[in-house]
Write a protein that binds this ligand. Structure first.
Ligand SMILES: [Zn+2]
Length: 315
């Protein structure tokens, strides 16, 4: 789908959710996100065909952040077009380069202590090990053609090195999964999975940062296109969801002085938010761990000594 002249949204489904990549066609051709392992061959290159673009013409692929559905196609892109440069946020580099590292450090880092996580072996969707050619820290410009460029923004929270691309001429932000509203929807509209931010203060700063950017339209990794007031509402809802989670955690800990496990906190937060499908609540382990780290730093909660699985109690 053409969003505006020379800018396209490439669309597929992953687990019932929309999965979007964005394509910018100037003198340089730039792709934002590469999908899962099969997305380049099945979706991206066929889309290129319709525009009469060859994979070898792709200048740069930017992975917005370290997740299977945004980085999985990097290997297939590089195989089809060795001269295309692969890139991501510097702080996500190790996770984007290697599916094994993505699983141990991001998806399963709570498994030993809290008994929550994913399968041990990376899913085939995660693609293969593939080094980045360059990394961004935010503040860079990607030249598309004379008078047209993208600004690279660092928008952490969901991941440490999360990037967004900003087209100042169109006041358009390509935000990946930087902000989550109340959760990630299915293509059919109902909620698919919980919010999955992790670094709470960074996430709140990112919400505030985007609120103050001059943007008319927001294009993301999975959410519908938003304009004007819809963007304000989405950002406000994103912040409110952080507050709901924080409050639900503190309230349930107050009712359970002997402490709560991660799984019990997941149930508390899942019930408080209300509209996440029950079988996906475990995804909330990421924000809950982030909240617990922050509450611990602020002296409000403490780990219960010797508890297995680990428990937290009010300090
Ligand atoms: Zn995603």
């Amino acid at each position: 789908m053409e969003l505006y002249p020379n800018v396209y949204r490439i669309e597929s489904l992953f687990g019932g959710r929309n999965l979007f990549q964005y394509l910018f066609v100037g003198d340089n051709i730039v792709l934002a996100d590469t999908g899962i392992a099969e997305t380049p061959e099945k979706v991206i290159f066929p889309f290129f065909d319709k525009l009469k673009i060859k994979p070898q013409q792709l200048t740069l692929a930017v992975t917005t952040h370290s997740d299977v559905d945004h980085q999985g196609g990097n290997d297939a892109i590089k195989k089809a077009s060795p001269q295309t440069m692969l890139s991501c946020g510097e702080a996500d580099r190790e996770l984007v380069e290697d599916p094994g590292t993505l699983y141990t450090q991001r998806y399963n880092f709570l498994k030993d202590e809290h008994g929550v996580g994913f399968e041990d072996e990376p899913s085939p969707d995660a693609g293969k090990h593939r080094p980045m050619d360059l990394c961004f820290t935010g503040g860079e410009r990607i030249h598309l053609r004379d008078g047209w460029w993208l600004e690279v923004l660092h928008v952490p929270g969901h991941s440490r090195g999360h990037l967004a691309l900003y087209d100042p001429q169109k006041r358009a932000l390509f935000s990946g999964d930087a902000v989550h509203g109340r959760g990630c929807p299915k293509a059919t509209g109902e909620m698919a999975i919980p919010v999955t931010y992790y670094h709470i203060d960074a996430y709140l700063s990112t919400i505030r940062y985007i609120e103050h950017l001059p943007i008319d339209v927001l294009y993301s990794g999975h959410w519908p296109i938003m304009r004007g007031e819809e963007i304000r509402d989405f950002l406000a809802e994103s912040r409110r969801t952080v507050e709901i989670a924080d409050r639900a955690i503190l309230q349930s800990l107050a009712q359970n002085p002997s402490g709560l496990t991660m799984k019990e906190l997941i149930d508390a937060v899942g019930s408080a938010v209300g509209d996440w499908p029950n079988d996906t609540w475990f995804f909330a382990m990421f924000p809950i761990k982030g909240h617990m780290d922050r509450l611990e730093q602020h002296g409000k909660v403490k780990p219960v000594r010797g508890a297995r699985p680990a428990k937290w109690a009010l300090a």
